[in-house]
Design a protein. Structure first.
Length: 321
């Protein structure tokens, strides 16, 4: 296994699943197997070059069955994570249950969940040989286990956006949920019960970057976009108050607005904050030369196929003090 060619010190690169294959609940035709296996290897080698730390297991990762996926997971240093996908025969976890990593002196723990509800039927071939533990109960156990070990706790969720919202509202202790499967585009991440929810459009159209700044040990973060909006409102209120055309009634309204904005800004002082950016992965982004060679080799072997895509939600997480 090669070392990554990118310097990702101080960052976590993560993916929430549905990365390796196109979405399909039907059994894969035998004549398509060699091509699909090679596509999966190309995608995996590419994210290794990018320096990815971990991917969560989505339903489509299981398109070619558990045996292929478990063997594939051993070929690269990128961690395959799932806290609730179990082997039907042994009852043991099929993949690593969680990852704890020191990032800029901050202990970050990452775990992953796959919902049984994302499978289309009981006979779905992707479920063969696996058992899915109940996600909410598993999440509770993981928070209890990892909470004392980590400063930041991240869930790579393949539960679907509505379930992500419900989990954030019911389960304290999570800092971030990086969600996949539903492909909801959250340019301005919502915060529920102190948990930041992240997700981007599907089919690898966007990458997301989240920068966290920790000023204290509190679990709560605010969005720097909120602070920028408050400052813009404050400036606008002050300009309107200074206008010679403003009536006394309007001036009283602007003074109340100024007081409210100043109070809100004061409450943010000394608190942890984050900056979130979603950027399109367009043709204007220059390909990494090593990844280009990997893709060229794939096309030489399978000349009449589409480029291997990167699917669903992926994120770049960068904590700092």
């Amino acid at each position: 296994m090669k070392e990554t060619t990118r310097d990702t010190k101080g960052m976590l690169l993560l993916d929430a699943g549905d990365l390796l294959f196109k979405k399909s609940s039907n059994p894969v035709a035998a004549h398509d197997m060699p091509m699909l296996k090679e596509r999966a290897r190309v995608v995996l080698k590419s994210i290794e070059v990018m320096g990815y730390d971990a991917i969560g297991i989505g339903d489509d990762e299981l398109a070619l069955g558990k045996s292929f996926l478990t063997e594939l997971s051993k070929t690269v240093p990128v961690r395959f994570l799932s806290s609730n996908v179990m082997d039907e025969g042994s009852g043991n976890p099929l993949f690593q249950r969680y990852l704890v990593k020191d990032v800029n002196g901050i202990k970050v723990a990452v775990f992953s969940l796959l919902s049984p509800n994302v499978f289309t039927s009981q006979s779905d071939s992707r479920k063969k040989g696996i058992v899915l533990r109940e996600p909410f109960q598993t999440a509770q156990e993981m928070v209890q286990e990892l909470g004392p070990q980590a400063d930041i706790l991240i869930l790579l969720s393949h539960l679907g956006y509505p379930a992500d919202v419900e989990l954030a509202q019911k389960l304290p202790g999570l800092h971030l949920i990086l969600g996949g499967h539903t492909g909801v585009h959250l340019a301005n991440p919502p915060i529920f019960n102190g948990t930041i929810l992240l997700q981007s459009a599907s089919k690898g159209m966007y990458a997301g970057r989240l920068d966290l700044t920790l000023l204290n040990r509190e679990r709560l973060f605010y969005n720097t976009a909120t602070k920028s909006s408050l400052k813009a409102n404050l400036d606008q209120f002050r300009r309107r108050l200074a206008s010679p055309k403003a009536t006394e009634s309007e001036k009283a309204q602007w003074r109340r607005g100024i007081e409210s904005a100043e109070k809100a800004l004061q409450q943010l002082e000394g608190k942890n904050y984050f900056t979130h950016t979603l950027f399109p992965l367009s043709a204007s982004i220059q390909d990494h030369p090593e990844i280009g060679k990997i893709v060229e080799a794939y096309h030489a072997k399978f000349p009449h196929t589409e480029p291997p895509p990167l699917h669903d939600s992926r994120g770049i997480y960068s904590p700092k003090r």
